[in-house]
Write a protein that binds this ligand. Structure first.
Ligand code: GCU
Length: 677
């Protein structure tokens, strides 16, 4: 009986290893949870339902603690049970450990909060699902980043901008009265990986969502998600006071406008008392914003922040701004606009910065704004949906991409000033910390379109909770929980996942190339795209290929984007000797005869990368096909078919780019490569 991927990584299955099963059964004989609220009940039923499947045995709730119980306790109740007090730094942290309570050996999940108990319960189930040892279990976990948020680019008509997995989950037409089971499963999945916030609406926003009728629908979702620890946020259209408030202006310094937003915030919090706040895309790609009135980003963000502050809400103000009219390298514009405003934002504003300075490309160096705002809260925005990485058709496991950014050293306060430490608030002692992922979720049966793309939702949550995990650890955990592979098949799947993103980089945009995709749809190749209404929406703007060479000169002899980084990095990127080759053409315009580190010419090396990308897809495809019989047949077949499309796509990308650039280089394709597999 196949679930077609609907159950995600919550796809529990009987533990196969007989001795392990016996061991689990001995240690988990009953359940003791002395709480009645909705979250505790969810934890209880998740544990009961899951253990029934994992152990093929009913582990029932009991009114008192028995030997070998699984016990869930909040720290405030420790003394009641004769336990030494325990403190956690964060309210949603938890511990799982062997303990003696009332002289009985138990497994204890503890936390300061019910939500932490729910997180701990999911963690224990994940340990069982991956056949971990619980005999001496003793773990303590605490989220590194406080707000772990999905951004849905969902429109009110249920289309999803850059969504490739069907329509929006939010069935606005039937809300608020009809609560689709899907909402509950969505909340469960998020809670199981620690995601605790969701922005329901597209950054290119519609002010209607802020009207009375729509807020009732939002309330219904917020009420559904609350017991799972998930807060709801909305995108706020800057011109809403005009569009739905009938004011003449949306000028953030106008008194009437300020009052309108204050009243709006009061109205929202009356309906949704724990509303998270607003996400705002302003003065970017045609969206309205404070600059329409001669004001700056701080004026706009602070006006909204003041309206939300009395209620504890925050403003996530996006730094994704660039303007074709500004005669400056697009990669530099966000820094140029925001750096001078450092220190001018209210405490409840956080600047939401994309991982790279252009736009969610298969590879970008980290955004120079990370580390540059020492007096302003800064959060990261990743794209889980694969706008530029083959949508839900191509496989690209994104944990390595997320980690490349999170682990990057900004040097803002000397060595080890990683992006992760900027956004977790520890580097600059920020009051709020957050991370956002643009969701890849829709109403497809398997949620994410590509069955393996679920791993990206999973990886985002896991890294948001603990960015120190390795991509491989996460891939392994996801694979075992979701696909129930045996050890050797797990290794195979993990290998496939681990090479997938680099393969995409190689067949799309190797050596630091970027933004070569087709016009608007962003799926296939389009390095020839030119003559569009905006230069910064063409490809030729980015690769600058001509007879003499290729690449965007962002060194000190070019746009000098390098100097937006700390001196150590600026120098490193500025010189071809030290610039990592993966970023070479991001920072340098080089002749076709330039020698790469391995001695090859740039032309030959570039072409070989494109061929390597195709080869890697072929390898993944072959390895996957061999897994037939080890994986649920429906999922196996779906992925097999998708790999076959991906192979064709990779060939098309390779051939299109190589042939296009060849007219400039005037050089032959290196020997031995002519024939694709
Ligand atoms: C990309 C994407 C748009 C989106 C924008 C944003 O440019 O193509 O659809 O609106 O990013 O992040 O605001």
């Amino acid at each position: 009986f196949a679930d077609n991927g609907y159950n995600l990584w919550l796809n529990y299955k009987l533990v196969e290893d007989v001795s392990l099963l016996a061991n689990y059964r001995t240690q988990l004989q009953s359940l003791y949870i002395p709480y009645q609220n909705a979250t505790a009940k969810i934890a209880a039923s998740e544990l009961e339902n899951a253990l029934k499947i994992l152990l093929n045995e009913r582990v029932a709730e009991t009114k008192e603690i028995k030997e070998n119980s699984l016990v869930l306790l909040k720290t405030e109740d420790f003394t009641k049970y004769g336990l030494a007090s325990k403190s956690f730094e964060k309210t949603d942290a938890f511990a799982i450990e062997k303990k003696m309570i009332q002289n009985k050996p138990v497994i204890l999940i503890s936390s300061p909060s019910e939500i932490g108990l729910l997180y701990g319960s999911f963690k224990l189930l994940q340990i069982l699902g991956t056949n971990g040892d619980i005999s001496q279990i003793n773990i303590q976990e605490s989220p590194k980043i406080a707000r772990r948020i999905l951004n849905h680019w969902d429109n009110l008509d249920r289309t999803v901008e850059r969504g490739y997995a069907g329509f929006s989950l939010w069935d606005w037409q039937r809300l608020p009265k009809y609560i689709d089971q899907r909402y509950i499963d969505y909340a469960r999945a998020n809670a199981s990986i620690g995601i605790n916030g969701t922005v329901l609406t597209n950054v290119n926003s519609n002010a209607l969502i802020l009207t009375k009728e729509w807020l009732q629908k939002v309330k219904a979702l917020a009420d559904t998600f609350r017991p799972y620890g998930i807060r709801v946020y909305l995108t706020a259209r800057f011109s809403a006071p005009i569009e739905i408030g009938k004011l003449k202006t949306a000028d953030p310094l106008d008194e009437e406008v300020k009052t309108w937003w204050k009243d709006k915030a009061n109205e929202i919090y009356n309906i949704i008392p724990d509303f998270g706040g607003f996400l705002v895309k302003a003065n970017s790609e045609g969206q309205p914003g404070p600059q329409n009135y001669g004001r700056n980003h701080a004026d706009g963000a602070n006006m909204l922040a003041k309206a939300l502050a009395p209620h504890g809400g925050i403003v996530m103000w996006r730094a994704f701004v660039y303007d074709n009219e500004v005669p400056e390298d697009r990669a530099k514009q966000a820094y140029n606009e925001f750096k001078p405003l450092d220190g001018h934002f209210e405490d409840n504003v956080i600047i939401q910065v994309k991982n790279g300075a252009i736009d969610f490309q298969p590879r970008e160096p980290f955004h120079p704004l990370f580390g540059a705002l020492s007096k302003t809260n800064t959060m990261a925005e990743f794209q889980i949906t694969q706008e530029y990485l083959g949508m839900a058709t191509n496989l690209a496991y994104l944990a390595p991409l997320f980690k490349e950014c999170l682990d990057a050293d900004t040097y803002a306060k000397g060595k080890n000033s990683t992006v992760a430490r900027v956004i977790d608030g520890s580097l600059f002692n920020n009051k709020i910390s957050a991370i956002a992922g643009v969701s890849n979720i829709g109403n497809d049966i398997n949620w994410c379109g590509h069955p393996l793309a679920q791993s990206n939702w999973f990886a985002f949550g896991k890294l948001a909770w603990n960015y120190s995990l390795t991509s491989e650890q996460i891939a392994r955990e996801w694979t075992k929980l979701t696909l129930h592979t045996n050890n050797s098949a797990t290794n195979e799947v993990v290998d496939i996942l681990m090479q997938s993103r680099e393969a995409v980089v190689n067949y799309m945009t190797p050596l630091g190339l970027h933004h070569l995709m087709g016009w608007d749809h962003h799926y296939g190749p389009g390095p020839w795209i030119a003559n569009k209404p905006r230069a910064d929406w063409t490809s030729v703007y980015y690769h600058k290929a001509d007879k003499n060479g290729i690449g965007f000169n962002r060194t000190r002899t070019g746009s000098d984007a390098v100097d937006q980084y700390q001196p150590q990095l600026a120098n490193e990127f500025n010189s071809t000797k030290t610039c990592p080759e993966k970023y070479l053409l991001w920072f340098h315009h080089l002749s076709w005869d330039y020698r790469l580190k391995n001695g090859e010419t740039l032309w030959n090396g570039l072409v070989k990368k494109y061929y390597q990308g195709v080869e890697e897809v072929w390898q993944m495809q072959t390895a996957w096909n061999k897994l037939n019989g080890n994986i649920d047949p429906e999922i196996h077949l779906a992925v097999k078919q998708l790999f076959s499309i991906q192979y064709d796509d990779a060939v098309m990308w390779r051939d299109a780019c190589v042939l296009y650039f060849k007219q400039f280089s005037g050089k032959p394709i290196p020997a031995g490569l002519e024939k694709p597999k």
